[in-house]
Design a protein around this ligand. Structure first.
Ligand code: ADP
Length: 449
């Protein structure tokens, strides 16, 4: 491109690749810059599905879901902090995002229920496999088919503007430390969240000090910092979703394990909380424990209620014992304490009342051998806040005006999810707004001479 490509997309996750493919289909030349050696970002780690309402699959299965219900559920799940217009945009167009992914070859033949959703609306591969790899697989293939140039290990370090304040290009740093610039009139920021940037996390939420993360190491909030330097506004930066039960390698131990009956004990073999409090509250209690970690403990009767627990065993995350004393040894906690804890819990369960912490539901006595435990710690999972955008994915400045030529989509933006993101909505967000960012960048380029 003698005069640079029409557009540059920063970040090769789900949002960035959706924008790039859209731009290419509109006849634009585009270069995707990705700082990591691999494409996929956090997107490729996504496990659930892609939420959408009023899809052909739902209709075929007789699921009476509506876009309005999708909107309501998400607004409630986000503690009513969601930006109504952005949320309306996502919930209205998510079904088109599903159809678009299918047109690119995605298998989204199954639909399941995720937390906070009134109806099953999490679309996923027919064999029940994870959504993230499927989304990245088809978007990567689409980008290759269109001969879109994707440069890995190319990190954007600065956004360049002209005298009028419009975007004029990007400055890029390569793996050998060289920098170069690309001239372009349209930039889509799709750099993801900041869930792996301790400094930034603690700046906005001091209580997150010491948290692990379920995020990929590239989730450092670069796009937010780059855009702020040229006047962009941010929104909801404090809204950070923590999860209390991440294994040391970052694997999430699902909330449903506790919901199905498991308890939490600390390094002394003692319970310390009502295990069914909100994610934030349980995380905070965990950090007050010696070593700032806990064990999720369940028995064989509980294991039989959910396949998930076997999967943790397959991943090598569980320790087990044929007696509580054996389990205590495997966990390296005092056996006498753990025995007393389990005995007290069984007694409370029989009485139907948690005498210590007021847990509202005691589904299992936890008395059936063998016994299992997974070591867990709180981890940052999703950053809801980020760059302030409008429904056209234009990045707004602190006066609420669009910065000419600058667009953003995906986890780098804020407002869509309010105070809490529901499972299945990350994919709906990134593909929907990634496509919109591509369309808007094209529309902007049309207005130039
Ligand atoms: P989303 O879900 O919003 O698409 P992802 O985390 O999946 O977000 O993808 C964001 C991608 O952007 C990641 O692959 C990340 O490595 C990349 N990225 C982050 N910062 C930069 C940067 N400064 N330059 C280039 N790529 C970046």
């Amino acid at each position: 491109y003698a005069a640079g490509p029409d557009a540059v997309v920063i970040g090769a996750g789900g949002a960035g690749l959706s924008a790039a493919v859209t731009l290419s289909d509109l006849g634009r030349t585009v270069v995707v810059l990705e700082k990591m050696p691999m494409i996929g970002g956090n997107t490729v780690r996504a496990e659930g599905g892609i939420n959408a309402a009023e899809t052909p699959l739902q209709k075929k299965l007789g699921i009476p879901d509506t876009i309005d219900q999708f909107y309501k559920d998400t607004m409630k799940g986000g503690h009513n902090l969601n930006d109504p217009e952005l949320l309306r945009t996502m919930t209205t167009h998510a079904k088109d995002s599903v159809a678009w992914l299918e047109s690119l070859g995605a298998d989204l033949g199954a639909v399941g229920r995720s937390g906070g959703a009134k109806y099953p609306r999490a679309h996923r591969p027919t064999d029940g496999s994870a959504i993230g790899p499927e989304v990245i697989r088809v978007l990567y293939k689409a980008a290759k088919d269109r001969k879109i140039e994707m440069r890995t290990q190319n990190r954007v370090v600065e956004l360049l503007t002209d005298k009028s304040g419009a975007v004029a290009g990007v400055k890029v740093s390569t793996k050998d430390g060289k920098t170069y610039t690309i001239d372009t009139k349209a930039v889509v920021i799709a750099t993801g969240g900041f869930g792996a940037n301790q400094d930034l996390l603690v700046k906005y939420q001091s209580k997150l000090k010491g948290y692990a993360t379920t995020n990929h190491p590239g989730a450092t909030g670069d796009g937010i910092l780059l855009a702020e330097k040229i006047g962009a506004a941010t929104v909801d930066m404090k809204e950070i979703q923590a999860h209390p039960t991440a294994a040391p390698n970052g694997t999430l131990i699902s909330e449903s394990v506790r919901g199905d009956g498991a308890i939490l004990v600390n390094a002394d073999g003692k319970r310390f909380t009502n295990e069914l409090l909100t994610r934030d509250a349980v995380s905070a209690k965990e950090l007050e424990q010696p070593g700032k970690f806990a064990w999720v403990v369940w028995d064989d009767a509980t294991r039989k209620t959910a396949k998930l627990m076997d999967s943790y065993k397959k991943l090598g995350l569980t320790v087990e014992g044929n007696t509580v004393a054996d389990l205590a040894r495997a966990m390296n906690v005092p056996a006498a304490n753990l025995k007393a804890t389990m005995a007290q819990y069984a007694k409370d369960q029989a009485a139907g009342k948690d005498s210590q912490f007021g847990r509202p539901e005691l589904l299992q006595p936890l008395t059936q051998a063998p016994f299992f435990a997974v070591k867990v710690q709180p981890a940052v999972h999703h950053t809801m806040g980020g760059l302030k955008i409008d429904t056209k994915a234009e990045v707004l400045n602190t006066e609420g005006k669009a910065i000419p030529g600058l667009f953003a989509a995906g986890e780098v933006t804020g407002g869509v999810h309010g105070g809490n993101r529901l499972g299945g909505n990350a994919q709906a967000d990134i593909v929907t707004f990634g496509r919109i960012a591509g369309q808007s960048a094209d529309a902007w380029l049309k207005t130039l001479k």
